[in-house]
Design a protein around this ligand. Structure first.
Ligand SMILES: Cc1cc2nc3c(=O)[nH]c(=O)nc-3n(C[C@H](O)[C@H](O)[C@H](O)COP(=O)(O)O)c2cc1C
Length: 247
């Protein structure tokens, strides 16, 4: 084990503020895509694609689909990582067969491959001095991305990634302790005592207290469940994606 590597991973942070004077070259993007494509993927079918958006007009339109999040607006390049069964399917059709991926199972396989590829890309980008911010809003506005990016049947957005050189150093954020994540042999129980202990660091952060005040809520969990990721939003996201996959 190389100790420095673990420290680098433990101190990384999402970047939402980018240096407007620095351009991410196409050569670097190609290098990162080539290296990230060595990520493990199902049967080496590589069921993903990435759309690179640099043009200001289209970037602004896509930022709108990302609810005008500052990272989407201010980044140097905006990437859209897509689940893609269409390329493999086209190869199969050209080779006297059908892929068998045009169903929910195929879509799930492609989403898993895409997420692993995107994470490998983001990690490599960070190790190369770039800042990145994943944008889950790509799935919230999937229909808009399909339209604006001309995604064909069998291709749909999974993750946006804002990329650029960081404007400033960002601090690593809190994480649950290992004992909250790790289960030995069989799944351990959750109870009020361990749940309180594991979430207390997050609950006691000054920024968490600030969120409570701003949103006039009693608990941090209420902010997550009722404001940031409320049930109707999650349900609409699922229904939309299922509709797209069914098509
Ligand atoms: C699937 C996914 C979707 C995300 N969507 C957003 C987003 O829409 N906007 C944003 O600012 N950050 C987004 N993030 C970044 C997370 O907020 C961030 O990773 C998390 O708060 C932990 O912070 P850190 O990356 O600095 O450690 C997303 C991350 C992931 C993995």
């Amino acid at each position: 084990m190389i100790p420095d590597i673990n420290k680098i991973f433990a101190s990384r942070a999402t970047v939402r503020d980018f240096d407007a004077s620095r351009n991410v070259s196409d050569e670097l993007l190609d290098e990162l895509i080539a290296a990230a494509a060595h990520a493990p993927n199902t049967g080496n079918m590589q069921l993903y694609s990435v759309v690179v958006t640099r043009g200001e007009e289209l970037k602004n339109e896509l930022a709108g689909l990302h609810f005008n999040q500052p990272a989407a607006k201010n980044c140097n390049v905006l990437l859209t990582f897509c689940a893609d069964t269409a390329r493999f399917d086209s190869w199969c059709r050209a080779s006297e067969t059908a892929s068998g991926l045009n169903n929910f199972g195929g879509a799930v396989t492609a989403i898993v491959d895409t997420a692993i590829f995107a994470q490998q890309f983001a990690q490599l980008a960070e190790l190369n001095g770039l800042g990145t911010c994943f944008l889950g809003t790509a799935t919230y506005s999937a229909k808009g991305f399909i339209e604006k990016l001309g995604l064909p049947e069998g291709v749909f957005p999974v993750l946006g990634l804002a990329v650029g050189y960081p404007a400033k150093q960002c601090e690593a954020s809190d994480r649950l302790p290992v004992e909250a994540i790790r289960h030995n042999e069989t799944f351990g129980p959750y109870n009020e005592e361990n749940i309180r202990r594991w979430y207390s660091e997050k609950e006691n952060l000054p920024e968490s207290k600030k969120f409570l005040e701003i949103n006039n809520k009693k608990t941090l969990a209420q902010i997550y469940a009722e404001i940031r990721y409320p049930e109707p939003l999650n349900k609409a996201l699922g229904d939309d994606l299922l509709g797209i996959m069914n098509k």
